[in-house]
Every structure is written in structure tokens, then in C-alpha cells.
Design a protein around this ligand. Structure first.
Ligand SMILES: *[C@@H]1O[C@H](CO)[C@@H](O)[C@H](O)[C@H]1NC(C)=O
Ligand SMILES: *[C@@H]1O[C@H](CO)[C@@H](O)[C@H](O)[C@H]1NC(C)=O
Length: 258
């Protein structure tokens, strides 16, 4: 913009603002309100919706709003998802480096698997980015392929934590019958030398993830592990006693697991 025009605009804005008690920083409300009939400003609404789901303000949700399909597609396939993931990973490594480790092999860091270590985006591209009801049959067929790629920020973090001397515990909602394909997939994606891979056994089937994962963390504590960090794309990976010293929520605007 021409510097003179910009200056003129700023002075007009200052004049306008000083004549009101409140400087209006928000667009008019009717542009945001989420009446499904409205198609304009979907991007603005969907960005706010994403903040709400990532902070867990939204609580449980089954599918993404249909008007946000294009937004989630652009988010996942564009630079934002990678960038958001890298910023979280930088916070994680920063925290990890400041810790005093016991150095006894019991300094643990927990990772979830799906949308944390590996990405199922190739599957979700064919499943409407979470706009369709979850189909366990077709998802399990995808899992059997063992071809989910690594999330680059997580792979880098994983290796850095290993270098610092952490024992890495992989705690997934996948079931025991998927152990072999899960190991195969992790190796395919570049992950090696985890301390334990914990999957749901028969007694865990049907438990909410939050309960199942809390129980597994309790077991790890009984086994002498100090759980310094926990990385997951779902709040149910992180919440519930006992919690890690620090829990890190990775982005995932495609699905919610209780
Ligand atoms: C779920 O996926 C399976 C396997 O791909 C398919 O046969 C079935 O029709 C799907 N179910 C629904 C409700 O889409
Ligand atoms: C999993 O792998 C182990 C060791 O490679 C093998 O003995 C076992 O039969 C496999 N299980 C299944 C369900 O494929």
C-alpha cells in the first residue's frame, strides 16, 4: 500500500476510534454466528471452531462441521498443521532439556501413536477429513497396511528424547491384535528402540481411552517409571490421574476420542 494512503487510513481510523468509547476489533457478530445456512466467512468460523476443539472447550464432538471440510483439508494439507506441530515439539524439547533425569532407565516419556507419532492423513483424505462418521472396518483395513507416515516433528522429537536418555513408552488405543502391524508401521515410519508398546488387551476393550490410558500410566508408576512428559493429539491421551509432569496436546481437528 502507498505509504501516504496508509497514513491517511490510520489517521481516519484513529479519528473514528476516538469518537467511540470502545475500539471495535471484532467483525460484526452476524458474520461469525454459526447458523448452518450461512456460507460466508466459513474460514473465520472454522478457525474459531478449531481453537475451541483444540482447547477442549468443545468437549465431545462426533464429526467436523460440514462447512469446515475445506478448512480442515487446507489446514491438514497446507503448512499450518506442520507448523503447529513443530511449535509444540519445540516446547516439548525445551522442557525436556531442562529436566534433571534420574538416569536409571526409568525416566519415561509417553507417546500416543495415531496422529502423534504417525499420520493417518492418507486415510482421512479418503474419509472426508472427519466429516463422516468413523468407520472402524475401513480404518482397520488402513492400519493393516502399516503405511502411515511419520509426523516429521514427532520423529525428530522422539530421536532427541532418546538422545537425552528418556525411555519412550508408546501407549495406543489400538488393540493387542494390531501389535504386529503397529510395530511394522512404526519401523516403516522410522521409529526404533521404544521401551514398551502398550495396546488394549481383552480387558481394556470398550473402556473410554481416558480411563484405559490413566490405568496404564498408574501401572507404569507402579513399575517405577517417572513420567516426565506425555504427548498426544487427544485430551484423553493426557487427562486423568496420574498425569505426566507436563502434558503436550498435539493438533488434531479431524476427530475426537473420549
Ligand atoms: C465401512 O467400511 C467398510 C470397508 O471398507 C465398507 O464395506 C462399509 O460399507 C463401510 N460402512 C459405512 C457405513 O460406510
Ligand atoms: C506377530 O509376530 C510374531 C513374531 O514375529 C509372530 O510369532 C506372531 O504369530 C504374529 N502374530 C500375528 C497375529 O500375526
Amino acid at each position: 500500500m502507498d505509504p501516504f494512503v496508509r497514513l491517511l487510513l490510520i489517521s481516519i481510523l484513529i479519528q473514528a476510534a476516538s469518537s467511540h468509547k470502545i475500539i471495535r476489533i471484532l467483525p460484526s457478530y452476524d458474520k461469525i454466528s454459526n447458523g448452518e445456512g450461512q456460507r460466508f466467512d466459513d474460514g473465520l468460523f472454522c478457525d474459531s471452531w478449531r481453537l475451541s476443539v483444540e482447547t477442549n472447550n468443545a468437549g465431545y464432538w462426533a464429526t467436523i462441521p460440514s462447512r469446515c471440510l475445506g478448512f480442515v483439508d487446507a489446514y491438514m494439507n497446507g503448512d499450518r498443521y506442520a507448523s503447529d506441530s513443530e511449535v509444540v515439539a519445540a516446547d516439548e524439547i525445551d522442557f525436556a532439556r531442562r529436566l534433571d533425569l534420574a538416569g536409571n532407565g526409568k525416566d519415561a516419556w509417553i507417546f500416543d501413536v495415531d496422529e502423534t507419532l504417525v499420520s493417518n492423513l492418507p486415510y482421512y483424505i479418503g474419509a472426508g477429513f472427519g466429516s463422516e462418521i468413523f468407520n472402524e472396518t475401513s480404518f482397520d483395513e488402513w492400519v493393516d497396511l502399516a503405511k502411515a507416515p511419520a509426523l516429521p516433528a514427532s520423529l525428530k522429537l522422539y530421536k532427541e528424547l532418546q538422545g537425552l536418555g528418556f525411555s519412550l513408552i508408546l501407549l495406543t488405543g489400538r488393540a493387542e491384535f494390531q501389535r504386529n502391524v503397529t510395530e511394522k508401521n512404526l519401523l516403516f515410519a522410522g521409529y526404533t528402540n521404544w521401551e514398551r508398546l502398550l495396546l488394549r488387551d481383552a480387558s481394556d476393550i470398550g473402556k473410554p481411552a481416558r480411563i484405559y490410558k490413566s490405568e496404564k500410566r498408574a501401572q507404569l508408576k507402579r513399575d517405577g517409571f517417572q513420567i516426565h512428559g506425555n504427548s498426544g493429539d487427544q485430551w484423553s491421551d493426557l487427562l486423568g490421574p496420574p498425569m505426566a509432569t507436563r502434558s503436550f496436546k498435539l493438533p488434531n481437528p479431524m476427530y475426537f476420542i473420549k
